[in-house]
Ligand binder design. Structure first.
Ligand SMILES: [Zn+2]
Length: 429
């Protein structure tokens, strides 16, 4: 009987032994080949990290980094699309794989197919545009002059890549995960919330299986955001966390506000121009506005030059705020300069998923609030590790992951209920 276990060295009959052995060694070679490329991508992420965090912010430095990133992008593209990969994939018998092994193989095939349809020149151009656009965006935002950014933004809309925002988290491997945050001496909470948020991203990356394989990567950006938002909102902005933090806060700042007053201050709802400063109730509107604009530009309904006016009228209609200048309007986010077009919905998917995870964590742990009040976060971390982190990209989507781990697909009802209950209570609605 033909047994697929033969692939891993338990060959049964000699007649199949050689082809199975070939398949097994092809898989091994393929995994190693892809791992080396992944390591080069990690080097590219390291270059990006450096350019955002430690590199001197001069035109000269950015120009040099742009050329380096472009060169590396070319090498990575060559390796990802090499006929060798195609031949190794063809030599593997998918029927003999299961579980994580199968998921890993499918991810490698998908990545190969996706890379092959992108010409090398486009890949190199993307790296260059992303570098140039970032510099143009910082200058445009500083001068609040959309025209300085507009030409490169037009190019950015013709490409797309994954890029992190500032503050951000980068993982070079599960044993080297770095976060940045920002602090404002006049306002203590943003720094804490930003750190908790990025730590949530970091824990996800750090809890992935360490072997350099496609399956040991985060499932999606939406899933990633669910991890940061879970900690930022469902732990850090909870009433229970105010009880944990209150005494420490009063001592550190010499203040007298009660835990409940801190809780209400942290959860104040106020219409805002700036997405990253928006409260969780009005935040979805910021995402919806950006997504509508992106969709219309991509579909050719409007042009890049229309963005400032669309933005300002959208903000007025949705949030009833007047945008005084583009730096507080359409130039506020770094994403488009990094070719991250269509990225914003991941924040909303993350928020929806985080609320659903809280519901299930509450049911399964039984003492969710007590754990937070006592500052005992280990059990919560372990729960997330078991439900989300350790599965990496084994499932094809967050729906599949949730179906398996929570017994249901991603649902928006938990998020709506969470917002309704929380803010009805705070504002006595
Ligand atoms: Zn995030």
């Amino acid at each position: 009987m033909l047994s697929c276990r033969g692939l891993f060295g338990f060959a049964t009959t000699p007649i199949f032994k050689s082809s199975r052995a070939l398949s097994a060694s092809s898989l091994e070679d393929l995994v190693e080949e892809v791992a080396t490329t992944r390591r080069l991508e990690q080097v590219s992420e390291l270059l990006h990290w450096d350019s955002m965090v430690t590199m001197p912010q001069t035109d000269g430095h950015h120009a040099a980094r742009g050329v380096q990133s472009q060169a590396l992008a070319g090498v990575i593209h060559e390796r990802s699309t090499s006929p060798k990969i195609g031949a190794l994939i063809a030599a593997v018998d998918e029927k003999c794989l299961e579980g994580k092994e199968l998921a890993n193989f499918r991810l490698m095939v998908k990545a190969y197919k996706e890379s092959c349809v992108i010409p090398k020149d486009l890949e190199r151009r993307k790296a260059q545009v992303s570098s140039d656009a970032y510099v143009a965006w910082t200058k445009a935002r500083e001068a609040s002059d959309f025209d300085l950014f507009s030409p490169l933004l037009g190019e950015a809309f013709s490409g797309r890549s994954d890029v992190s925002v500032h503050p951000f988290t980068t993982s070079f491997s599960p044993s080297d995960v770095r976060i940045t945050t920002r602090f404002d001496e006049g306002e203590w909470y943003q720094g804490l919330a930003g750190s908790v948020h990025e730590a949530g991203h970091g824990m996800y990356e750090a809890n992935l299986d360490g072997e350099c394989r496609a399956v040991n990567s985060p499932l999606s950006m939406g899933t990633h955001e669910s991890q940061s938002l879970f900690w930022e909102r469902h732990v850090g902005m909870s009433r229970a966390f105010s009880k944990f933090m209150g005494p420490k806060w009063r001592e550190a700042f010499g203040r007298e506000e009660s835990d409940e007053e801190i809780y209400r201050a942290v959860n104040t709802v106020k219409r805002s121009l700036i997405r990253v400063e928006a409260d969780e109730l009005t935040y979805p509107l910021h995402v919806i506005l950006r997504t509508r604009i992106e969709r219309d530009v991509v579909n050719g309904k409007v042009s890049v030059g229309d963005i400032p006016a669309l933005w300002n009228s959208g903000m007025k209609a949705m949030l009833d705020v007047d945008v005084p200048e583009d730096s507080k309007g359409c130039l506020q986010d770094v994403h488009w300069s990094g070719l991250a077009i269509g990225y914003f919905p991941t924040y909303l998917i993350g928020a929806v998923a985080a609320a659903q995870l809280e519901h299930h964590a509450r049911m399964e742990l039984g003492n969710f609030d007590e754990l937070i009040e006592r500052g005992e976060f280990d059990a919560i971390q372990a729960w997330l590790r078991g439900k989300v982190h350790r599965h990496g990209s084994e499932h094809s989507s967050i729906d599949e992951l949730f179906k398996e781990q929570l017994g249901e697909e991603l649902k928006s009802s938990y998020f709506i209920k969470y917002l309704t209950d929380k803010y009805s209570s705070i504002y006595d609605l």
